[in-house]
Design a protein around this ligand. Structure first.
Ligand code: G6P
Length: 635
C-alpha cells in the first residue's frame, strides 16, 4: 500500500506534494518522508517522521527546505518496524538514487544477501531500500537510463510501483509500475506522479494512467513511456472530470460518527442512482401504487452499465461475489439476496483466498467484485485472474476512478460519498442497498418478481434506511450515558448470528476489534454449543443479532437461553414483538420490523453507534486505528 506523490516543474514542490500526501493518508499513516533535489549542490535534501498520530503533518511543519523536483511517501509498514530508518525515501550508498515504493518485493531476502555480498551498506530492514541499491548498480554499469531500468525490473519480482530520483538527472522522475497503480498528471510546464489521482486532482485534470508493466521518464514538459522490453508505448492524455473535495468533520467529533449519520441519505442517493440507471427520467419513487400496472418504467441501461446483455442476465445460472474485510461481510449478506430473491445459486469468496483456490470457470456465471475503494490488492488480483478466463465481471465500488472499475467488465458505483474513517460504515450500508437493489432488478428482468414487487423492494430499502437512523436517535442518550460507560470495561465479547444475521454479527465483531482493540469473536449461533460456550461467563458479553423469521428466531432464542443458563451476560439486537428474547437479555436494543432480508441494514446504524461510543469512552483514535489503513493495496 503506501501513498506516493512526486512533482517536477516550474513551482517549488514541498507544499504541493504534502497537500497531495495528506489526501493519501487512507493508504497508511505509519510514517512519512520527503526528498527534493538541490540542483546547485547536486544532492538530495530529505527528512522523515515516524509513528504518532500525524507523521505527515509533523513532517510538513518541520521541513524548511524545498526544490523544483521532489517526492513524498506515506507508509504502511510491511517489512520492518515503524521508524524513521524504515520510512521512505530510501537511498543507495552514496545517495545518488532516492526511491519511494508501494508494494512488496518478493524474494527480497536473497536480493539483500546479494547486495550485501557486493559491498552495499543496507541500513533499513525494508525491501524497498534494496531497489535503490540495485538500480544504482544498473545505472553505473550502463550509460543508458532506459537500459538500466530494464535491467533493474528484470531482477525484481512481486507487485510494485516505484518513483526514483537521481542526482545525475535532477529534472527527471523515473516511474516504474507492475501491478500497482500509478498515474501521471500533466500540467503546464509541470508534472505530477501519484498512486492516486486525487493527490493532484485540483492542480490538473489531464492524466496518463501508466499501463501495467511499464516505466516512464517524467519531466516538466515531456513523458517517455516504455514497456519492460524497452518498446515505446504510445499514451494518451485523458481528461478526468473529478474534483477533490476537502471534507471536514463539521460538527462531529469524528469522521466515523459523521459517516454513521450520513447513511440514510447515502442509501437514498444510492437507490435514486440505481433507479435512474434502471429507468431514466424517473428519479422519484412511485408512491401511487395504482400506477404499478404500467410495466415499462425500467429500461435496459443498467445492463449496459454492468457490461452484460439481457440475454446474459436471463441465462445466468451462478452468481459469485469476491471481496475483503467489511465488503466481504456485505457480500456474505448479499448471498441471501441473490439466492432468495433471484433464486440463483450464489457463492462468496474472500479475495485473499480466491487466487490460491482451484478456479472452475462456469458458463452463464458472473463475478461481482465488491470493494469500497476499488483498490484492494487481493480483490484486484482476483479480478485479473477471473478476467483472464473471459468470465463476465462487475465492480461495485465507491470510487469510480479506481483500478477495479477500470479493469472490470462493468461497474455500478455506490453513492456513499467519500468515506474518511478507516472503519467502514456508510460504504457497508450502501453496498447492502446496491446489492439488494441489483438482486431485485435481476429478478425482475428474469420474471422472478413482478414490477410491483420491485417497487415494494425499493420502498423497503427506504424504510430500512429510515429505521437505521431513527433507532440511533431512540437509543442515543442511553448508549452515551449508561451503556458505553458500562460495556467499555469488558475485555472480551462474543458475537452470534444466524442465517443473514451471522455475517452481520461478523461485521459487528470486526468493527469492535478494529476501533476499540477489544477482543471479539464471532460464531454462527448454532455453533455455540460446539465449543465457544466454554467461554461463556458473566465477564464476556454475548451479543446476539436476531432475524425476522419465526423458525430462526426460535433457534436463536434457544441459543440465547443456553447463554443465560450459564450465567452469561446477554446483549440482544431484536425486533419489536420478539418479547422472549428481549425479556431474557441484560441489555436489549429493540428495532421496528422491516423486510426480513433488510434486518441487518436496519440494525447497522445502532450497532455502529454502540461500538463507536464504547471506543470513544476508551479514548482510542477512532478514525485512524493503529496498524490499519483504509485501502490495502498490498497482498
Ligand atoms: C481495509 C479496510 C476495511 C475494508 C477492507 C476492504 O482492511 O480497513 O475497512 O473493509 O480494506 O476494502 P475495500 O476497499 O475493498 O472494501
Amino acid at each position: 500500500m503506501c501513498g506516493i506523490v512526486a512533482y517536477t516543474g516550474k513551482n517549488l514542490c514541498k507544499d504541493l506534494v504534502f497537500e497531495g500526501l495528506s489526501r493519501l493518508e487512507y493508504r497508511g499513516y505509519d510514517s512519512a518522508g520527503f526528498v527534493c533535489i538541490d540542483k546547485h549542490h547536486g544532492q538530495f535534501n530529505f527528512d522523515k517522521e515516524a509513528g504518532g498520530s500525524s507523521p505527515i503533518q509533523r513532517l510538513a511543519e518541520k521541513i524548511h527546505f524545498d526544490g523544483y523536483t521532489g517526492m513524498a511517501h506515506t507508509r504502511w509498514a510491511t517489512h520492518g518496524l515503524v521508524d524513521t530508518v524504515n520510512a521512505h525515501p530510501h537511498f543507495n550508498c552514496n545517495k545518488a538514487v532516492a526511491v519511494v515504493h508501494n508494494g512488496i518485493i518478493e524474494g527480497h531476502e536473497v536480493l539483500r544477501e546479494q547486495l550485501l555480498a557486493r559491498g552495499h551498506h543496507v541500513i533499513s530492514t525494508t525491501d524497498s531500500e534494496l531497489a535503490a541499491h540495485l538500480f544504482n548498480d544498473e545505472i553505473e554499469q550502463r550509460s543508458d537510463l532506459k537500459e538500466a531500468v530494464m535491467a533493474f525490473v528484470s531482477q525484481i519480482r512481486g507487485a510494485f510501483a516505484f518513483v526514483f530520483m537521481l542526482t545525475q538527472y535532477p529534472d527527471t522522475l523515473v516511474v516504474v509500475r507492475h501491478r500497482s497503480a500509478m498515474v501521471i498528471g500533466v500540467g503546464e510546464d509541470e508534472a505530477f506522479v501519484a498512486s492516486d489521482f486525487i493527490a493532484f486532482a485540483d492542480k490538473t485534470n489531464n492524466v496518463v494512467f501508466l499501463p501495467d508493466d511499464s516505466f516512464a521518464f517524467v519531466r516538466r514538459d515531456s513523458i517517455e513511456l516504455y514497456d519492460f522490453s524497452g518498446r515505446i508505448v504510445p499514451y494518451f492524455v485523458q481528461s478526468l472530470d473529478q474534483k477533490y473535495i476537502e471534507i471536514d468533520k463539521g460538527v462531529f467529533e469524528h469522521f466515523m460518527l459523521k459517516e454513521i449519520y450520513e447513511q440514510k441519505r447515502a442509501i437514498s442517493r444510492t437507490i435514486g442512482f440505481c433507479k435512474m440507471l434502471g429507468s431514466p427520467g424517473i428519479d422519484t419513487f412511485p408512491h401511487h401504487y395504482e400506477h404499478w400496472s404500467v410495466a415499462t418504467e425500467y429500461n435496459d441501461s443498467i445492463w449496459r452499465q454492468l457490461g452484460l446483455s439481457i440475454e446474459q442476465i436471463k441465462s445466468l445460472r451462478y452468481i459469485n461475489l469476491v471481496s475483503a474485510g467489511t465488503s466481504w461481510h456485505a457480500a456474505c449478506i448479499a448471498q441471501f439476496f441473490f439466492e432468495m430473491i433471484c433464486k440463483i445459486p450464489t457463492r462468496v469468496f474472500l479475495a485473499s483466498e480466491f487466487r490460491y483456490m482451484s478456479f472452475f470457470p462456469q458458463e452463464d456465471s458472473v463475478y461481482i467484485m465488491v470493494s469500497q475503494s476499488g483498490e484492494t490488492a487481493d480483490t484486484l488480483e482476483a479480478l485479473r485472474l477471473i478476467n483472464s478466463y473471459n468470465v463476465p465481471t462487475i465492480a461495485i465500488t465507491n470510487v469510480a476512478s479506481s483500478s477495479i472499475v477500470r479493469e472490470a467488465g462493468g461497474f455500478l458505483p455506490m453513492q456513499a460519498g467519500p468515506e474518511i474513517s478507516v472503519a467502514s460504515t456508510k460504504a457497508f450500508s450502501t453496498q447492502l442497498a446496491t446489492l439488494f437493489w441489483i438482486a431485485n432488478r435481476i429478478a425482475l428482468e428474469r420474471g422472478t418478481i413482478t414490477l410491483e414487487e420491485m417497487y415494494i423492494a425499493e420502498e423497503q430499502l427506504c424504510v430500512a434506511a429510515e429505521v437505521l437512523e431513527s433507532t440511533i436517535e431512540m437509543y442515543k442518550f442511553r448508549i452515551i450515558q449508561d451503556l458505553a460507560p458500562k460495556y467499555m470495561h469488558y475485555s472480551h465479547f462474543i458475537f452470534l448470528g444466524r442465517h443473514i444475521s451471522y455475517p452481520f454479527a461478523m461485521e459487528a465483531s470486526l468493527k469492535l476489534k478494529e476501533i476499540s482493540y477489544i477482543f471479539a469473536q464471532c460464531y454462527p449461533a448454532g455453533e455455540l454449543k460446539h465449543g465457544p460456550i466454554a467461554l461463556v461467563d458473566e465477564n464476556t458479553p454475548v451479543v446476539i443479532f436476531s432475524v425476522l423469521d419465526e423458525l430462526l428466531y426460535h433457534k436463536l432464542l434457544a441459543n440465547a437461553s443456553e447463554v443465560k443458563a450459564r450465567n452469561g451476560h446477554l446483549v440482544v439486537f431484536a425486533f419489536e414483538g420478539q418479547d422472549e428474547l428481549i425479556g431474557i437479555a441484560d441489555t436489549a436494543f429493540v428495532i421496528p420490523p422491516v423486510a426480513p432480508l433488510l434486518g441487518p441494514l436496519a440494525m447497522t446504524g445502532l450497532m455502529q453507534f454502540f461500538i463507536y461510543h464504547i471506543t470513544r469512552q476508551l479514548g482510542m483514535p477512532i478514525d485512524k486505528p493503529r496498524n490499519l489503513a483504509k485501502s490495502v493495496t498490498v497482498e
